[in-house]
Design a protein around this ligand. Structure first.
Ligand code: NAD
Ligand code: GLY
Length: 366
């Protein structure tokens, strides 16, 4: 498979996304981006045994000394305490402002590694090496970095762009099925918010993705990253269009925070949240009922939840008020006008929101 390259166009902070198979072994792709022959590789206890040695060998071939930082695995560790372990390692190894931090792992590692890089000595270069479908198609691109707070997900963070995204599709070989499916939620999202042809392609090709057909995966990663790169280039700091990438996330974050981090996967919560948003869009007379059915069918085929957990409507609303899109106390939600057209709106009334939550939640969800 040919390596393909996309660019995130952000002026002097522009960077490439290389997409292909076996890229972890490509010395020049990585080493040409390092300012110093020293790099810190932040990863976790699951990913380290799979890919750390390979990445270190590549870097060492390019004359780069590596310092591994192996964190505990899980969304529940996306905390200040874990972040501090990265700072401990950076300081212990006398890392400088020009040392590069490489985040090797899924979205949790990418978000935490990126935030550590943004803070260390007020900013050190960092590189994203995503290894889950979700991080390949979404979290590694665009520079959102964060940790969670017990009261709200991703509430503490920074916009901080990587220098490079190395999207090695081969890493998906070892990804558990449940994680692959969770990543599909964010892939489907691009079709729903701005790319109806991609949604139609997914309706035809979903099983190829579930079977891990490399060509299909590379196509889906490329098309997702192309969508994301366009949105980020147009609205890096989310003053407009970028917020549409949060379709389903306001409801989804409420599920994740309400149940306790790590119980539902992020992509699973986003899937259920997307169906609540579609239900609400339909109740407002915006989205046709047959479109809701098409969306539900695709998520069901992807093995993703189409119902949220009944946390209690009051609890949902309370959790949703911590959303970053709340403006002057007014809740703003991403809703759908059709498949391929999302809008940001504060027009949904509280009774309509509650009705959509009640229609789309069951005691255990899914
Ligand atoms: P994750 O990082 O927890 O990874 C999922 C699991 O897969 C983990 O157990 C991990 O160790 C394991 N894993 C990773 N790569 C593997 C591989 N190749 N083989 C086997 N196991 C592997 O979860 P995720 O779904 O990648 O990311 C979710 C996180 O991303 C959430 O915290 C979410 O808030 C964040 N996120 C951020 C953005 C953004 O723009 N920054 C966008 C979407 C999601
Ligand atoms: N994942 C949403 C964003 O990057 O804006």
């Amino acid at each position: 498979m040919m390596t393909q390259t996309l660019n995130v166009e952000l002026g002097e902070r522009s960077y490439p996304i290389h997409i292909g198979c076996g890229l972890l072994a490509e010395v020049d792709l990585l080493v040409s981006h390092l300012k110093q022959k020293k790099a810190v590789v932040v990863t976790n206890a699951t990913v380290a045994p799979l890919y750390l040695d390979a990445l270190r060998a590549t870097l060492e071939k390019g004359g780069v000394t590596t310092i591994p930082v192996i964190l505990p695995d899980g969304e529940q560790y996306k905390t200040w305490e874990t972040l501090n372990l990265i700072f401990d390692a950076l300081l212990t190894a006398h890392c400088e402002r020009s040392t590069t931090l490489i985040a090797l792992g899924g979205g949790v590692i990418g978000d935490m590694g990126g935030f550590a890089a943004a803070c260390y000595q007020r900013g050190m270069p960092f590189i994203q090496v995503p290894t889950t479908l979700l991080s390949l198609v979404d979290s590694s691109v665009g520079g959102k970095t964060a940790i969670n707070h017990p009261l709200g997900k991703n509430m503490i963070g920074a916009f901080y762009q990587p220098k490079l995204v190395l999207a090695d599709i081969s890493t998906l070989d070892t990804l558990p099925d449940r994680e692959l499916k969770a990543g599909l939620a964010e892939v489907i999202k691009y079709g729903l918010i701005r790319d109806p042809d991609f949604f139609a392609w997914l309706e035809v090709n979903l099983e190829r993705l579930l079977e891990r057909d490399k060509e299909a995966l590379a196509y889906a990663v490329h098309r997702s990253c192309a969508n994301k790169a366009e949105v980020v280039a147009a609205d890096e700091r989310e003053s407009g269009e970028r917020a549409l990438l949060n379709l389903g996330h306001t409801f989804g974050h409420a599920i994740e925070t309400g149940l306790g981090y790590g119980i539902w996967l992020h992509g699973e919560a986003v899937a259920a949240g997307t169906l609540i948003a579609a239900e609400l869009s339909s109740k407002m007379g915006w989205l046709a009922p047959d479109a809701v059915l098409r969306i539900e069918n695709l998520f069901v085929r992807a093995g993703l939840p189409v119902h949220g957990v009944a946390l209690g409507s009051v609890r949902y609303l309370d959790l949703m008020r911590h959303d970053k899109k709340v403006l002057d106390g007014r809740m703003r939600l991403v809703l759908l006008r059709s498949i391929g057209e999302a809008v940001m709106s504060d027009e949904a009334s509280e009774p309509q929101i509650l009705a959509a939550i009640e229609a789309r939640c069951t005691p255990t969800g899914r």
